[in-house]
Write a protein that binds this ligand. Structure first.
Ligand code: HEC
Ligand code: HEC
Length: 219
């Protein structure tokens, strides 16, 4: 099911209004900020009022490829990322525009609650495999010996389900995955555990990053 943001942007483009999507999202994000601040709001309520329009209530958003799916993501990882948006250490452009304002409004307890909500949702529906998925599978399972790239599976698990600080990657949007690999490589994503990924990403070419993203989104 399309998220409200997609419906709204489709409507706007049908009406011929040329409002850049990032600006539209930003304005909505800022107006949502006030809602999440209300004390006493629990995880599911916050998700229904503040997160669902981008991530969908069950974290299985099929569209808007730069917005990550959160369904079945590890609670420890979700929590650390929300803290990284709050303290500004995850500083890639989409993070600063979309997630910094909203993360500021969440209390530590609310972070635990939204993490538990998304973690308990069924895994996201896989996408059809992208064009270089078979090359990506090779890299994921075995790494690239001559380029010093370890097998991704050694940390993210054989089915990319993740564990603890290692995020689930299975069924994630390919475009989002590719963008994050580039942010690790450039160092703009610099949160607590980002250096572990930087040491991997600096050895990958853009084509290898795309290949592994093509594979992971189909799991
Ligand atoms: C206006 C759209 C928007 C809203 C509303 C929104 N998000 Fe996000 N969220 C994003 C985008 C875009 C990213 C990707 C940021 C990046 O590329 O670094 C993201 C990333 C995340 C991540 C990191 C996921 C990962 O795999 O690293 C978490 C966790 C998250 N959001 C949780 C939430 C929660 C909880 C809420 C509600 C309180 C929320 N988001 C509301 C757009 C949104
Ligand atoms: C040594 C362990 C390790 C290996 C090997 C590893 N990763 Fe990671 N990966 C991590 C950690 C830890 C994080 C979380 C970083 C953070 O919190 O910012 C992560 C995060 C990621 C993310 C961000 C996910 C999101 O939702 O934003 C992507 C994409 C990713 N890894 C892809 C890969 C790929 C592709 C490979 C193989 C080429 C790989 N990783 C190999 C440890 C590893």
């Amino acid at each position: 099911m399309p998220t409200p943001i997609t419906l709204l942007s489709t409507l706007i483009s049908r009406l011929g209004i040329r409002l850049p999507l990032p600006l539209l999202l930003l304005s909505m994000c800022v107006s949502l900020t006030a809602q999440a601040q209300q004390p006493g709001r629990t995880g599911p309520e916050i998700v229904r009022t503040s997160c669902y329009m981008c991530h969908s209530a069950h974290g299985n958003n099929p569209d808007l490829a730069f917005i990550p799916r959160l369904a079945a993501q590890n609670p420890v990882y979700i929590k650390e990322q929300l803290e990284a948006f709050r303290d500004g250490s995850r500083a890639d452009p989409p993070a600063t525009i979309y997630m910094w304002p909203i993360a500021q409004t969440l209390s530590a307890q609310q972070i635990d609650q939204v993490a538990a909500w998304f973690a308990s949702q069924p895994p996201p529906t896989p996408f059809p495999p992208g064009p270089s998925a078979s090359e990506g599978k090779e890299i994921f399972l075995h790494g690239i010996l001559k380029a010093d790239v370890p097998a991704c599976a050694s940390c993210h698990g054989p089915k990319a389900a993740g564990n603890g600080i290692f995020p689930r990657l299975a069924g994630q949007n390919a475009q989002y995955l590719l963008a994050q690999l580039r942010y690790f490589r450039s160092g703009v994503r610099n949160d607590k555990n980002a250096d572990i990924m930087k040491q991997v990403a600096i050895h990958l070419t853009d084509a290898q990053m795309s290949a592994v993203a093509d594979y992971l989104s189909s799991l």
